[in-house]
Each structure stands twice: as structure tokens, then as C-alpha cells.
Design a protein around this ligand. Structure first.
Ligand code: COA
Length: 118
């Protein structure tokens, strides 16, 4: 099972837990949960691409407001960039707070192509 420290130089290491599809603190109390999804038009498998759907971020109440969720997101987005995977920010913290405050990561966000050209 892959368990890779993805922010080893940071004061608070974030671990990639591949089996559970999470980026998490070493004590596992705070985490960002993702799922790989196939997206793209139609049913042709060759037209599909895999994206990382970031579905949920959780930080225990006693540790909130210190930037820990942002730290988890940075580790997850950095991982996506290194693996050339686009991201769907389903979690409202990511779409409404993290991305507006860290606009450099918006280039990694998957955008559905226009379905028609009326
Ligand atoms: N959606 C968008 N923004 C949110 C939010 C939410 N659901 N919950 C908190 N925020 C904002 C706060 O208002 C705060 O803004 P401020 O800096 O202007 O005060 C900011 O996030 C705090 O950022 P940060 O310190 O990086 O986050 P955190 O470590 O406190 O953790 C959560 C943020 C959302 C992960 C944490 O509050 C939590 O676990 N909440 C319960 C689960 C949840 O609602 N998850 C998000 C939906 S998947």
C-alpha cells in the first residue's frame, strides 16, 4: 500500500494514503477525501479521462481556523499536478474558500467542455 509523505519539509507532514484515497495528517484526524472518476462526453471509453474528485475535507473542531485544511489541499493539488491529473472541487471548502484564496491552482480544475455550439 502506498503511504507517501507528500509534504515532508513542512512542520506538519501530510501523508498520501492511497488505499483509502485520502491525504491526511499522521494521526489521521484531519483529512481530504478524494475519488478517481472518469469524465468526458458520450460512452466511448477512449474519450474519457480520469480526474480527481475532491469530495470532502475534515479538520477536528479543536484545530480549525489554523490553515490545516489549506495545508491538506495544497498537498493534494500538488500531488494532482505532479501526476498530471485534473481536479473536480466538489467539497465546498475547496471551491468556495481554498481556490478563491489560492488562484494559482485553478489551472488544474476540470471544466466540462461546451456540450453544444448553438
Ligand atoms: N465551505 C467553505 N468555507 C469554509 C467552510 C465550508 N464548509 N467551513 C469553513 N470555511 C472557511 C472558514 O470560514 C474560514 O474562513 P476565514 O479564514 O475567513 O475565517 C476558513 O474556511 C478556514 O480555513 P482553514 O483554516 O484552512 O480551514 P480549517 O483547517 O479550519 O478547516 C474545514 C476547514 C471546512 C475543513 C473544517 O471547518 C471542517 O472540517 N468542517 C466540517 C466539515 C466540512 O464542512 N467540510 C467542508 C465541506 S466538504
Amino acid at each position: 500500500m502506498a503511504k507517501e509523505s507528500v509534504s515532508g519539509g513542512s512542520p506538519l507532514p501530510i501523508v498520501w494514503n492511497e488505499k483509502d484515497e485520502r491525504f491526511e495528517t499522521e494521526d489521521k484526524e484531519a483529512f481530504l477525501q478524494y475519488r478517481f472518476r472518469e469524465v468526458g462526453p458520450g460512452v466511448d471509453p477512449s474519450a474519457k479521462k480520469t480526474v480527481m474528485d475532491m469530495v470532502h475535507t475534515y479538520v477536528p473542531r479543536s484545530k480549525r481556523g489554523l490553515g490545516l485544511a489549506a495545508h491538506l489541499c495544497t498537498a493534494a493539488f500538488d500531488h494532482a499536478r505532479r501526476h498530471s491529473v485534473l481536479v473536480i472541487p466538489t467539497c465546498s471548502y475547496i471551491s468556495d474558500t481554498f481556490l478563491p484564496r489560492n488562484a494559482e491552482w485553478n489551472t488544474l480544475v476540470y471544466k466540462e467542455e461546451a456540450k453544444s455550439c448553438m
